[in-house]
Design a protein around this ligand. Structure first.
Ligand SMILES: [Zn+2]
Length: 284
């Protein structure tokens, strides 16, 4: 039995009705299969959706051999109809971050010829691994180009080309795909085989922030955030640096140097204290 994937046709579908096909119980948790679903199962670096199914909470979603299994908090009766509601704020954030990743990977492929060899949307940041070296300066340049793509408000379109059509097309793909390939095109920036959920046009990403780059497995790992997650990250870091600067009575952009001086002073004081203790001799 294969589940109809409503999220592939419409990533903005936050509520749907489906019929319960199966419900199995395993050690107090319940796994439910539906005829169709808008819940995205974990895969391709994108986490599973959360939300509710009837009066149960959806804790996890996994695809096994074409069937999408929803891990829920209570039993659902096979043969009945059920309403599914996604935590759409979370899903939309995933769509922004996932589409941002396509833009950055497309730019890295075009500018440097490196492949995206790993992608993970973690709770802290999104990480993308490339099989080549990027410097901090190149990262700054990529960030500007990526945000230019946001400004262009370019359409993001999913298509299902035939095998013959595919042979004439250039697209990014991590592996050989059996069966129908789903291509996701960010017009002017990227074309990639992907089954995830994306925004309809790049303006919806709002902001692409590349946070850092570090050496990883012979290439690099780039960490990044998009949309609200990027704004929130900026807020937290800004508050932090302004607060630190106030404590040190310097301007925010001088906080780093002030901390270096403070650490140096601390080392000197410790040395001085040690000498004083030694000069005072043993107590008692
Ligand atoms: Zn994708």
């Amino acid at each position: 039995m294969s589940t109809e994937k409503l999220y592939e046709a419409d990533a903005y579908l936050g509520e749907f009705t489906a019929s319960v096909e199966k419900c199995v119980s395993e050690a107090g948790i319940f796994k439910v299969a539906l005829n169709q679903t808008a819940f995205y199962p974990e895969g391709g670096g994108q986490p599973a959706d959360c939300g509710t199914l009837g009066n149960t909470r959806v804790l996890d979603v996994q695809e096994i051999d074409g069937t999408i299994w929803h891990t829920v908090t209570g039993p659902l009766e096979p043969g009945t109809k059920v309403v599914g509601k996604l935590d759409f704020q979370r899903r939309f954030s995933n769509m922004q971050n996932h589409t941002g990743e396509h833009i950055v990977s497309g730019l890295v492929a075009r500018e440097y010829g490196y492949h995206n060899v790993g992608f993970h949307m973690g709770s802290e940041a999104v990480t993308v691994d490339f099989d080549g070296i990027l410097t901090k300066e190149q990262l700054y340049e990529l960030e500007l180009q990526a945000n230019d793509a946001v400004l262009q408000n370019a359409p993001v379109i999913a298509s299902y080309p035939s095998r013959e059509e595919l042979e004439t097309m250039e697209y990014r793909s991590k592996k050989e795909i059996e069966g129908q390939v789903r291509l996701v095109t960010v017009e002017g920036y990227d074309c990639c085989a992907c089954c995830g959920t994306h925004v309809a046009s790049t303006g919806e990403i709002r902001l692409i922030k590349l946070l850092g780059v570090q050496k990883y497995k012979g290439g690099v790992r780039v960490s990044m955030l998009c949309g609200e997650r990027a704004f929130r990250d900026y807020q937290v870091k800004h508050e932090n640096i302004v607060g630190t600067a106030q404590l040190l009575s310097v301007k925010p952009e001088e906080a780093g140097d002030a901390v270096v001086r403070l650490k140096q002073k601390n080392i000197e004081l410790k040395k001085e204290l040690k000498q004083l203790k030694k000069a005072a001799g043993p107590r008692g």
